[in-house]
Write a protein that binds this ligand. Structure first.
Ligand code: FAD
Ligand code: FES
Ligand code: FES
Length: 459
């Protein structure tokens, strides 16, 4: 069962609502803390409980809307919602309150204050069908931060944390009839389990799989989750590579690349919602292999590697060789992805990443674009381009890259690239966009790329 089902049906904690059951509306938002930060305390983040299987919260601490007020007082977020008339029918309200409590946790821990921009960003994952957004935003701005006691302090319990730490030293196998759930604590255990049972389905944040399961299109009788394996939680870089472990969340990735690749941070900023990014992983996005996966164009253009491991060893597959066809991967049945290895940008390399979607936030892309270029003495020295949403996989545009190398850095050159596009891709029409729209947007992205770069390229 999902975390939301468990809360509502087993614990009778019905403050947590379920509306869409696919991560889109935020009614089921709760606060989840899995790991301790540098201060030794848990860090609570908002997540969608409707798509999280219960076993994924093993060893975690969950605070629901019921856990926000104290015996004496409402949580400052709740007080602000009351004062600003932030609820009409009130169905969405607990989810909004939990999302805002997540905003308070992050903002106060960082010693910052809540801006309107930040408040709106934290609320992108919550829908109100009574359209009470303005009073809700007013409430977010009216939160009395001086009265906010952080959940990580309020619920701090050293003894419990120690107990959990000890518990995480032991792997957990649950066999229930023909069902199996395995939570290993070492990579060796995980690889052995996968080699012994190829049907063991890897689950990371469950933001892709959870939706498919809720829609009744998939069952996962045998699953394995890797989030108790410390070495897979790591994100680090040296002068050559940025290495992102299998269970690093998209939020952690977004924070990490903020100064390393600001353009990638901008794309991650409009990826899904905070709730999805606090739970979903980069590896999940790569292995899900959607032609409109938002991180893939950059990874493909930067010649990133997928690190695959099995009991027989390790191999690194460059992204363009990882996708063999629509959702067909260069991955053996006994392999798991342990990391994504992204080459660091070279000095002088310029990046442009674009996403076209019907609305800006919390929407699936129609077309995506990545361009990584070096320009020297008004000539394009190197160029790598990829497009998503125009074929069965995200594609590299080798012909354009060949034409670009050594060409003059001027608008006419990029107009030529745009003219090449219709002969290189054959996109589909679907509910999201027509073939003609996708072609036109792909061409326009090249012009946009030049128009933006021209202001950045040094003469
Ligand atoms: C509301 C909503 C909005 C979304 N918005 C966006 C968006 O804007 N852009 C976008 O690109 N995506 C979006 N997504 C899709 C999803 O959030 C991402 O693809 C996310 O990165 C998936 O990561 P996960 O950890 O949740 O993967 P999971 O769902 O856990 O797994 C995805 C796939 O990866 C496999 N897998 C996971 N870990 C491993 C491993 N270590 N080794 C081998 N296989 C593995 C799983 O078996 C599964 O096939 C959205 C989803 C929802 C529900
Ligand atoms: S019920 Fe809509 S996001 Fe969970
Ligand atoms: S107040 Fe009715 S759904 Fe938001």
């Amino acid at each position: 069962m999902t975390l939301a089902q468990y809360l509502r049906e087993k614990e009778c904690m019905t403050g947590t609502k379920v509306v869409c059951a696919e991560g889109d509306c935020g009614a089921c938002t709760v606060l989840l803390a899995r790991d301790t930060g540098t201060d030794g305390k848990l860090s609570f983040k908002s997540v969608n409980s409707c798509i999280i299987p219960l076993y994924l919260i093993d060893g975690a601490h969950v605070v629901t809307v019921e856990g926000l007020k104290t015996e004496q007082d409402l949580h400052p977020v709740q007080s602000a919602m009351v004062e600003c008339n932030g609820a009409q029918c009130g169905y969405c309200t607990p989810g909004f309150i939990c999302a805002m409590a997540g905003l308070v946790e992050k903002t106060k821990s960082d010693n910052k204050s809540i801006t309107e921009k930040k408040a709106k960003n934290y609320l992108t994952g919550n829908l109100c069908r009574c359209t009470g957004y303005q009073p809700i935003i007013n409430a977010a701005m009216a939160i009395d931060m001086s009265k906010a006691v952080l959940l990580k302090d309020r619920y701090y319990d050293a003894e419990w944390l120690e107990e959990i730490k000890q518990m995480k030293n032991h792997s957990l196998m649950m066999n229930l009839g023909d069902k199996k759930i395995f939570l290993p604590v070492t990579k060796a255990e995980a690889l052995k389990a996968k080699s012994e049972d190829h049907d063991l389905k890897l689950i990371a944040g469950s933001t892709d799989i959870g939706v498919v399961i809720n829609k009744g299109k998939m069952t996962t009788p045998k699953t394995m989750a890797l989030y108790h394996i410390d070495e897979l939680k790591k994100i680090s870089h040296d002068k050559d590579f940025l290495v992102v472990g299998a269970t690093v969340t998209l939020s952690e990735f977004e924070d990490y690349v903020e100064t390393l690749v600001p353009e990638l941070k901008n794309i991650l900023h409009i990826f899904a919602s905070p709730q999805i990014k606090n739970q979903g992983t980069l590896v999940g996005n790569v292995v899900n292999a959607s032609p409109i996966g938002d991180t893939i164009p950059y990874l493909l253009a930067s010649d990133a590697f997928v690190v695959l491991e099995s009991v027989n060893g390790k191999r690194e597959v460059v992204m363009k060789e990882f996708y063999l066809g629509y959702k067909t991967l260069n991955m053996q049945k006994d392999e798991i992805v342990t990391a994504i290895k992204i080459p660091m940008l070279k000095n002088g390399e310029l990046v442009k990443l674009y996403k076209a979607s019907v609305r800006r936030d919390l929407d699936i892309s129609a077309v995506t674009f990545a361009g990584i270029l070096e320009v020297e003495n008004k000539k394009i020295k190197t160029a790598r381009f990829s497009l998503g949403g125009v074929a069965a996989t995200v594609v590299r545009l080798k012909d354009v890259e060949a034409r670009a190398t050594g060409a003059d850095f001027k608008r006419e050159t990029f107009e030529d690239f745009a003219k090449m596009i219709p002969s290189l891709i054959n996109p589909l029409s679907d509910l999201r966009a027509s073939k003609e729209y996708r072609l036109k947007v792909s061409q326009n992205f090249f012009l946009k790329c030049f128009d933006e770069l021209v202001t950045e390229v040094k003469a």
